[in-house]
Ligand binder design. Structure first.
Ligand code: ADP
Length: 514
C-alpha cells in the first residue's frame, strides 16, 4: 500500500488524488492572467479568480453572489452574452467593457461555454475574458493615422490615383472625381488610360513608372466626361507591399491648364509684337525708300532754281530759296537715317563668329579723319569673339566712338576705352569716354529715335545714332544702357549673349516677367 498519509490519517488513494487534482486545477485558474468567472443560471457570479478581482477592484467575496452584468459599461449586452451561452452552449470573442470600481475601463473579448455536472446537466457558464485594451488602442491609433492620411489624400487639390499592375485604377481621391466628372465607384477597376485624350501616351507613362520606378512632369491631357480638357503634368512612383514587391503606381497630376493658357497668350502676344514690328520696319523702309525719289527731284530743282535765279527775284525770294534747299537736304538726311534704321531688322546679315578687336579696328579706320582732327585716343582691353552680325557690330562701335568724339570736352582730347567682362550668360561691353557727360534724367530719351539734347548748331546730327545702336544690340538678344554724370564722361554698356537668343525669346522673357 502506498503511503498517502496526512498527519497519520490514511486517506483512500482516489480521494487524495482528486484533492490533489483540485488544488492543481485551482492553482491554474488563479494563475491565469485572464479574468475568469462562473455564472449561475440566474446570472449571479458563482466563482472568480484573482485576475477578476484585479480587473474589477472588488474582492472575490463581494463579487460572488452579485449580478455578472453589473460590472460592465453595457449591462444589457453582458446579460445578452451569458444568455447566449446558455442558449447556444458557447460564445467566442464576445466584446464587452469591464468597469473597474475606480472607473477605469478594460476592453475584453469573452470566450465562454457552459459547464455541467457529472450527469451532464448545465450548471452554469464559465467565461474567460481576454484584455484587448492595448490591442484596441493600437488599432485605434492605426485607424486614426489611416483616417488622417486619407483626409490628406482627399484634401489634395491635385488629382491622385493608384494604378495596379494591370493598368486598372485601384484608388482615387476627390480631386480625381472632380477632374474626370466620374465618382470613385465608376473609376475604380477601369483602365487608367481611358481618361486621357491620348490613351497610348497615358499607358506608356505608367509603364515607364513600372520600368524605371518613377516619372516626373509627364504631360497628359485629362478628359472630363463633359469633354472639357485639363492639361496636367504627372509625377508618379511605384509603391510596394511589406515584402518590397512593387504592387502599383501612385500618380499625382498637377493642373497646368492655366499655365499653358498664359504661355500660349504670351507666345501669341510675342508673335503679334514681332509681326507689328516687322510691319513697322517694312513701312519705314518703303516710306523712306519711296520718299527718296520725289525728294531728290525737289532738292535738285530747288538747287537749280537757286543757282539760276538767286539775286533776280529779290532778297525775300533768295532767303526762301535757301530755306527750301536746306529743308530738302535735311529731309534727305532724315530719310537716309530712317532707311538705315529700318534696315537693321529687315536687311541684317547672318550671325557668325566675330573677333571684336578686328571689328573695332575697322570702326576706328572708318573714323580716321575725325580721330586725327580731334587727337582722339581709343584703347581697348582684351576683347572676346562673339556670335554676331559683323557689319552691325562695327556700326555699333563706330556710332559710339563718333559720339564720344563729337560730344568731347573742349579742354581735353577725347579718350575712349573699350572693355568686355565675362558674365554667366554672355559678355558685358563698356565704351567709356571723357566727354561732356549726360544728365541722368535724359538716360532714356537719348535712345529714342530723333531725340537729341542739343541744337544742330551746337553739335551736328539727327538723333538716330544711339537708336540704331540699341536696335542692333536687341537684335543680338542683348541690352543697352548708359551711366554718366554731366562733365564726367559717359559709359555706354551693352550685353551680347553667348548663343544667339532670338528676338521672340527675348519678348517672351520680358512678357513672362510682367
Ligand atoms: P546724335 O549724335 O545724332 O545727336 P545719338 O542718338 O547718337 O544722336 O545721340 C543722342 C543724344 O545723346 C545726343 O544728341 C547727345 O545729347 C547724347 N549723347 C550721345 N552720346 C553721347 C556721349 N558720348 N556723350 C555725351 N552725350 C552723348
Amino acid at each position: 500500500m502506498s503511503g498517502n498519509s496526512i498527519e497519520g490519517v490514511v486517506a483512500p488513494p482516489t480521494l487524495f488524488a482528486q484533492a490533489a487534482a483540485n488544488v492543481y486545477n485551482r492553482s491554474l485558474i488563479e494563475a491565469s492572467l485572464d479574468p475568469l468567472v462562473t455564472i449561475g443560471p440566474d446570472g449571479k457570479i458563482t466563482d472568480v479568480n484573482a485576475a477578476t478581482e484585479q480587473a474589477t477592484g472588488y474582492t472575490r467575496d463581494s463579487l460572488i453572489g452579485t449580478d455578472f452584468s453589473d460590472y460592465f459599461t453595457d449591462p444589457e449586452r453582458a446579460r445578452a452574452g451569458y444568455q447566449q451561452v446558455f442558449r447556444e452552449n458557447f460564445v467566442r470573442d464576445y466584446p464587452l467593457e469591464l468597469r473597474h470600481r475606480d472607473g477605469r475601463i478594460m476592453s475584453v473579448l469573452y470566450n465562454a461555454s457552459v459547464y455541467r455536472d457529472e450527469n451532464g446537466n448545465v450548471m452554469g457558464v464559465f467565461a474567460a475574458a481576454h484584455d484587448i485594451t492595448e490591442r484596441k488602442r493600437a488599432k485605434e491609433a492605426i485607424r486614426r493615422a489611416n483616417a488622417y492620411n486619407r483626409s490628406l489624400i482627399e484634401a489634395s487639390l491635385d488629382p491622385l490615383v493608384t494604378i495596379g499592375l494591370d493598368g486598372n485604377i485601384i484608388d482615387v481621391n476627390a480631386a480625381t472625381e472632380q477632374v474626370t466628372g466620374l465618382d470613385r465607384a465608376t473609376l475604380i477597376g477601369t483602365d487608367f488610360s481611358d481618361y486621357f485624350t491620348d490613351p497610348e501616351k497615358a499607358r506608356a507613362g505608367y509603364q515607364q513608372v513600372f520600368r524605371e520606378n518613377f516619372v516626373r512632369d509627364y504631360p497628359l491631357d485629362l478628359r472630363h466626361r463633359d469633354g472639357r480638357i485639363t492639361s496636367v503634368l504627372y509625377n508618379a512612383s511605384v509603391y510596394r507591399d511589406e515584402s518590397g514587391k512593387v504592387i502599383g503606381v501612385f500618380a499625382a497630376a498637377r493642373d497646368i491648364t492655366e499655365r499653358k493658357r498664359a504661355e500660349e497668350e504670351i507666345r501669341r502676344y510675342a508673335e503679334d509684337l514681332k509681326r507689328s514690328n516687322q510691319d513697322l520696319e517694312h513701312f519705314a523702309y518703303v516710306a523712306s525708300h519711296d520718299l527718296q525719289e520725289p525728294l531728290r527731284t525737289m532738292s535738285s530743282f530747288s538747287q537749280l532754281l537757286a543757282r539760276r535765279y538767286r539775286g533776280k527775284m529779290g532778297a525775300d525770294a533768295d532767303e526762301f530759296l535757301t530755306f527750301i534747299v536746306d529743308g530738302a537736304t535735311r529731309m534727305q538726311t532724315l530719310i537716309h537715317d530712317l532707311l538705315a534704321f529700318s534696315r537693321i531688322g529687315t536687311r541684317g546679315g547672318p550671325f557668325t563668329l566675330v573677333n571684336c578687336a578686328e571689328v573695332l579696328q575697322s570702326a576706328k579706320e572708318n573714323l580716321d579723319a575725325a580721330i586725327a582732327e580731334s587727337s582722339a585716343v581709343i584703347i581697348y582691353d582684351e576683347l572676346p569673339t562673339v556670335l554676331a552680325d559683323s557689319a552691325q557690330l562695327m556700326q555699333l562701335f563706330q556710332n559710339l566712338f563718333s559720339n564720344a568724339i563729337k560730344f568731347r570736352r573742349r579742354d581735353q582730347p577725347p579718350c575712349i576705352r573699350v572693355s568686355a567682362e565675362r558674365q554667366s550668360d554672355g559678355w558685358q561691353f563698356s565704351v567709356r569716354d571723357n566727354g561732356i557727360g549726360i544728365d541722368p534724367k535724359y538716360f532714356d530719351r537719348i535712345f529714342i529715335i530723333f531725340q537729341r539734347l542739343h541744337g544742330r548748331d551746337e553739335y551736328p546730327g539727327t538723333g538716330i545714332g544711339l537708336t540704331i545702336c540699341k536696335r542692333i544690340v536687341e537684335r543680338h538678344g542683348g541690352r543697352m544702357w548708359v551711366e554718366s554724370e554731366p562733365r564726367s564722361g559717359s559709359t555706354f554698356f551693352f550685353t551680347l549673349p553667348d548663343a544667339r537668343r532670338t528676338h521672340d525669346q527675348q519678348l517672351t522673357t520680358a512678357c513672362a516677367a510682367n
